[in-house]
Design a protein around this ligand. Structure first.
Ligand code: GDD
Ligand code: MN
Length: 358
């Protein structure tokens, strides 16, 4: 089998015949064999419609699952059942135009690992969503792309229309929650090349959207799980936790020296900062970058001084922001917070590049 088209369905009785017809029409000029797999969780009579369709059309297959188990797991089920060398996933409601299939297929044939029709590259459009849904969708995408590095270069990582070589997911354990199967594939899959091609996401003609508040919550849980499952993303959050713990240590030492031992405030401050820095270094060395101890001895000895240097540059960056805010007559405390956020990003990148990673 050359191509499998996987379509999740939930109460799509008006749409499954039409989409099948349009897929056949779109693929008329294509010589390679293809199959269509509907993975259905419907509570209406969609399964009966699918049964008739599958009987009259040898290229159509379907499974019906009882108890409504969700969009993303339906697609995983489709991956498992289908046999094509290439797979395209799309919605049943014609919001994903089947006319794009030959283009997707030819990109896959050329050797591109993942092909994503995108609403957000030049030529694409997002007309099928109302303003509120657009805003929710933008927010979700931004959260995902900030949190997960492998999603950063993809403009439409939350869409439900994409094609891939089966190799990308073969033997990969996919464990998505909710809807965003593409994000799961992008984070866990084995691939080198991703291409986005523009398309217009059109309005739904029949039936209604099943997007809900519960799915938004599932989305956040899914992003958290993806972050945790990818060491390169997890590292940044562990780094932030170590830094926060460092602030607690800093405050404790400062209080002890200042109020307990009655040392001079400046001296107490410097000692407290040095202790916190040592504390942060140790945790980062043992936990955050555990797998990254430099193999060369003398280079490993440079790690602590490098860390101190990077930390000092972070303090300087923060101070610059306070200075900037003073010039602008903005509250310096907000400048300090902004500075801390920027410095955290910068020191993480610097430590990741120079201090630990060889
Ligand atoms: N099997 C199964 N189980 N299918 C489901 C389920 C489910 O629980 N929930 C929804 N589906 C199917 C629908 O029948 C449809 O074919 C497809 O998944 C998308 O559902 P819609 O309800 O039409 O979602 P939408 O239009 O609001 O959003 C879609 O398009 C966006 C743009 O690409 C989704 O694909 C979004 O993830 C996507 O961002
Ligand atoms: Mn839809």
């Amino acid at each position: 089998m050359h191509l499998s088209i996987v379509i999740p369905t939930f109460n799509e009785r008006e749409n499954v015949r039409t989409i099948t017809r349009r897929i056949h029409k779109a693929l008329e000029g294509v010589d390679e064999p293809y199959e269509i797999w509907f993975i259905d969780d419907s509570r209406d009579d969609t399964p009966q419609v699918l049964a008739e369709l599958a009987q009259s059309d040898p290229r159509v297959h379907y499974v019906h699952r009882e108890g409504g188990r969700g969009l993303a797991t339906a697609v995983v089920e489709g991956f498992r059942r289908s046999r094509g060398r290439y797979i395209v996933v799309m919605d049943a409601d014609l919001q994903h135009p089947p006319e794009l299939l030959p283009t997707i297929l030819s990109r896959l044939n050329e050797g591109i690992d993942i092909v994503i029709p995108s609403r957000f590259v030049p030529g694409g459009s997002d007309g099928g969503l109302n303003v509120f849904r657009k805003w929710v969708s933008w927010t979700a995408r931004t959260i995902g792309r900030l949190a997960v590095r492998r999603l950063r270069g993809i403009s439409d990582c939350t869409g439900g229309y994409f094609g891939l070589r089966r190799d990308v997911i073969d033997g990969v354990e996919l464990d998505p929650i909710g809807w965003k199967i593409l994000m799961e594939v992008l984070v866990k899959g084995r691939y080198e090349t991703v291409h986005e091609i523009p398309y217009a996401f059109v309005a739904r003609e029949a039936g209604e959207s099943k997007m809900s508040l519960a799915e938004q919550w599932n989305y956040l849980r899914h992003v958290a799980r993806l972050v945790w499952s990818s060491p390169e993303d997890r590292r940044f959050y562990v780094y932030c936790m170590v830094g926060s713990l460092g602030v607690v240590v800093n405050t404790a030492v400062m209080s002890l020296l200042l109020y307990g031992l009655h040392l001079h405030a400046t001296l107490s401050s410097v000692i407290a900062s040095l202790v916190a820095m040592a504390h942060n270094f140790l945790w980062n060395d043992r936990v955050t970058w555990r797998a990254h101890a430099h193999p060369v001895r003398w280079r490993r000895a440079l790690q602590a001084p490098l860390f101190a240097l990077v930390s000092a540059s972070g303090i300087a960056v923060t101070a610059l922001f306070v200075q900037l805010f003073l010039w602008l007559h903005w509250p310096p405390l907000i400048g300090q917070w902004t500075g801390i956020v920027v410095a955290t990003g910068w020191t993480f990148t610097a430590n990741n590049r120079w201090t630990w990673t060889p």
